[in-house]
Design a protein around this ligand. Structure first.
Ligand SMILES: *[C@@H]1O[C@H](CO)[C@@H](O)[C@H](O)[C@H]1NC(C)=O
Ligand SMILES: *[C@@H]1O[C@H](CO)[C@@H](O)[C@H](O)[C@H]1NC(C)=O
Ligand SMILES: *[C@@H]1O[C@H](CO)[C@@H](O)[C@H](O)[C@H]1NC(C)=O
Ligand SMILES: *[C@@H]1O[C@H](CO)[C@@H](O)[C@H](O)[C@H]1NC(C)=O
Ligand SMILES: *[C@@H]1O[C@H](CO)[C@@H](O)[C@H](O)[C@H]1NC(C)=O
Ligand SMILES: *[C@@H]1O[C@H](CO)[C@@H](O)[C@H](O)[C@H]1NC(C)=O
Ligand SMILES: *[C@@H]1O[C@H](CO)[C@@H](O)[C@H](O)[C@H]1NC(C)=O
Ligand SMILES: *[C@@H]1O[C@H](CO)[C@@H](O)[C@H](O)[C@H]1NC(C)=O
Ligand SMILES: *[C@@H]1O[C@H](CO)[C@@H](O)[C@H](O)[C@H]1NC(C)=O
Ligand SMILES: *[C@@H]1O[C@H](CO)[C@@H](O)[C@H](O)[C@H]1NC(C)=O
Ligand SMILES: *[C@@H]1O[C@H](CO)[C@@H](O)[C@H](O)[C@H]1NC(C)=O
Ligand SMILES: *[C@@H]1O[C@H](CO)[C@@H](O)[C@H](O)[C@H]1NC(C)=O
Ligand SMILES: [Ca+2]
Length: 583
């Protein structure tokens, strides 16, 4: 046996030497052209045809990626490929980009990636998601969705003219473009690397809209062996309209807290709730205990100061603010308490949930009017844009919130739910086909997310558990689900990123590596691997508890993942404003 395997090894090495193919050998237009299928079919029909004249190929050597929270640092060569395809009979053009590792570093893996906000990709350079595949030996793909180019977002093309929509772009954004990217990428990868019958492991990774993109695939198709989906922007109309909720609270209660007053409330909440998890480290790892035990009225009267800040065009966006000082008012506390409580209609029935305490109040930002020296509404653009473009079908982003009440928000959510149930809503809770095909799901969400409520991920996970394992006990069903679908809430993390307000929190930078170990090596991630990317423990490792277990530090500093019914209950909401189930 030993002699035989050594002989085989020698033979394999000899043949590898003979065949050693370099990147330059294969990273050419002719080789890529020969590796691409002419067309792909699905549902038995020719669906897309590749335009060979569009193929662009260039090798990129010694590419270096550092400081990305979604994947570890790396240095690699890759083949940069883009080409366009058209849908049969439509004369449209969709461009896709693939980064291919060198033949020596390719590990029989393919990774599809998605977008953020209203973008269907996260860019095709080192700041996007593509390097995150190549560092793990995967071919990584991104699509422009057919929206014109990689920088054009869906919201720029959906409204053709007031009242007229481009429904093809809606389907592409909803789920179709990522599916086509995946089917093309799998065929291309197998052919490019001469895989013949070898197993190609297929993955997906994305956060926010990218998280929704991942779910859009898992809920419909079985092309992936595993997906990483972070803070998904699903339950789409609820998600987008709730961005306006903070504005409507301010308008309804008639008080516009200054940016600094809101920041002071966040800081005091973090300080008060940090120790409730057993470890005073500046991180609120148990926002549920914060909800149960912290009374924000203790913040009233505390003084605050902030220097002037210019307009911020990043995320979350902010207007220019003057220097501010003052003391926290009871009105401001009433506003932030109401925001955290979440949307109820005028009958007091629950419509939606909100962010966890210790998240910043980005949706509640206000603007300062220099001429009147007053503070007023600063509209949340994701929300107002959704109402304007996706409900009213107007080619404009601006709406006024005049006359808008909590009941209006509820009606908008229902209207969008009906309109986009089969495209953007993305909460189909029966994942039997994906599960039966052996697919795994690693789902995570920052516990201090200010843009997509963390409870949104808990609710969907709970919906899947109940729909798929409804006749098992809670423990049995939780265990059965955890075999293939696991949810982790990331202490202190904000929206798809580490959090400057809680810098000592860890972030799960190696999610794809963990998923690969789960899929290819059967290593179940009982806890989720995470790294401190900033703060006093930078570089150190932490482990994150899997839902429904919650972290709790013992006095000796050891973290345990505990079951705490009262805490779990704070995450589960009865949406009694609706007669239909809201998954
Ligand atoms: C690509 O392949 C097609 C045949 O599939 C051929 O007609 C065309 O000339 C090739 N183009 C290039 C640039 O190699
Ligand atoms: C690759 O890039 C790194 C970092 O930019 C640099 O230190 C190194 O010298 C480069 N190596 C080669 C072979 O160019
Ligand atoms: C990758 O290819 C695209 C399309 O040809 C090109 O615009 C881009 O600059 C290339 N990127 C690199 C790093 O070469
Ligand atoms: C297809 O699209 C191209 C580019 O937009 C355009 O030039 C051409 O006229 C179109 N052909 C048809 C048949 O519509
Ligand atoms: C579209 O509707 C908006 C809002 O009513 C209006 O401001 C804009 O002028 C309209 N655009 C066109 C081209 O009619
Ligand atoms: C695939 O096989 C062809 C034909 O033997 C060869 O020319 C090519 O270099 C191979 N590609 C890779 C990536 O090994
Ligand atoms: C809140 O805390 C941050 C540090 O996390 C600090 O920069 C900021 O000045 C504080 N804001 C207020 C109003 O105290
Ligand atoms: C918070 O404290 C205030 C002032 O002591 C009290 O009026 C209020 O009822 C408390 N709220 C809760 C939820 O306990
Ligand atoms: C705000 O600043 C002014 C001017 O420096 C000062 O007089 C006032 O006491 C400050 N107010 C608070 C609440 O700190
Ligand atoms: C419920 O239990 C029955 C009988 O054990 C089983 O056949 C069925 O598949 C279960 N249904 C679900 C949704 O788990
Ligand atoms: C877990 O994270 C550490 C850094 O915190 C890293 O060194 C290790 O490779 C990661 N494990 C996996 C499976 O990716
Ligand atoms: C720390 O305390 C916990 C709870 O009391 C205990 O289970 C654990 O064994 C202790 N760990 C160490 C390293 O002492
Ligand atoms: Ca803590």
């Amino acid at each position: 046996m030993r002699a035989l395997s050594q002989a085989l090894l020698v033979a394999a090495m000899a043949s590898a030497q003979v065949q050693a193919v370099t990147l330059n050998d294969v990273c050419t237009v002719a080789y890529v052209n020969a590796s691409l299928p002419d067309s792909i079919t699905y549902l038995g029909t020719t669906a897309v045809t590749i335009d060979p004249s569009s193929i662009q190929v260039n090798p990129v050597l010694n590419n270096t990626v550092t400081d990305n929270s979604m994947f570890p640092d790396g240095q690699f060569d890759y083949c940069n490929v883009t080409f366009a395809y058209t849908h049969t009979g439509r004369n449209d053009s969709v461009t896709v980009a693939y980064w291919l590792p060198t033949p020596a570093s390719f590990k029989n893996r393919y990774l599809a990636t998605g977008g953020g906000g209203y973008a269907i990709n996260s860019g095709t350079d080192n700041s996007g998601s593509l390097p995150g595949g190549v560092v793990y030996g995967a071919v990584a793909g991104a699509t422009d969705g057919g929206f014109g180019n990689f920088d054009t977002n869906f919201d720029a093309v959906y409204i053709i003219q007031n009242g007229t929509t481009d429904l093809e772009s809606l389907f592409m954004f909803g789920y179709q473009a990522i599916n086509e990217l995946t089917l093309l990428g799998q065929l291309f990868t197998k052919s490019f690397f001469n895989m013949s019958d070898s197993k190609l492991y297929s993955y997906y990774q994305g956060c926010s809209e990218g998280g929704r993109d991942g779910w859009s695939q898992v809920q419909r198709f079985t092309d992936f062996d595993g997906v990483v989906t972070g803070a998904p922007a699903f339950r789409f109309s609820f998600q987008q309209v709730q961005h306006i909720y903070s504005n409507v609270v301010e308008q309804t209660l008639g008080y516009y807290p200054t940016a600094c007053e809101l920041q002071k409330i966040v800081n005091e909440t973090i300080t008060a709730c940090d120790p409730l998890d057993g470890l005073t480290d500046g991180v609120v790892a148990r926002t549920d205990l914060c909800k149960l035990h912290f009374n924000t009225s203790s913040i009233i009267g505390k003084s605050y100061y902030c220097p002037a800040t210019p307009v911020y065009a990043g995320f979350p966006p902010a207007p220019a603010w003057p220097e501010q000082n003052g003391t926290v008012t009871a009105e401001a506390i009433a506003i932030t308490d109401k925001i955290i409580d979440g949307l109820r209609d005028t009958d007091g029935k629950r419509v939606y949930f909100s962010y966890q305490p210790s998240s910043i109040f980005a949706d509640g930002y206000t603007s300062y009017n220099t001429s009147s020296d007053t503070w007023g509404l600063y509209l949340s653009q994701f929300g107002t844009e959704f109402v304007s473009r996706y409900l009213e079908l107007l080619d404009t982003d601006l709406i006024s919130l005049d006359g808008v009440t909590y009941d209006t928000l509820k009606q908008w959510m229902i209207e969008g739910w009906k309109k986009y149930e089969d495209t953007l809503h993305t909460t189909w809770p029966d994942l039997t086909a994906y599960h039966n095909a052996g697919g795994k799901i690693l789902h995570y969400h920052g516990e201090s997310d200010f843009s997509i409520p963390t409870a949104s991920s808990v609710r969907y996970h709970e919906s899947v558990r109940q729909i798929m394992y409804g006749n098992l006990t809670f423990n049995e069903s939780t265990e059965a689900l955890a075999d293939w679908y696991r949810l982790y809430l990331i202490p202190g993390a904000q929206h798809c990123a580490p959090n400057a307000y809680q810098p000592n929190g860890p972030f799960p930078q190696t999610n794809l590596g963990v998923l690969i170990d789960w899929v290819e090596n059967g290593l179940t991630p009982d806890t989720l691997n995470a790294t401190h990317l900033a703060g006093s423990k930078v570089g150190q490792n932490s482990q994150i508890c899997a839902w429904p277990l919650r972290p709790l530090w013992a006095v000796n500093g050891t973290m345990e993942c505990v079951y705490d019914q009262a805490s779990i209950d704070t995450w589960l909401y009865d949406f009694d404003a609706f007669n239909l189930p809201v998954y």
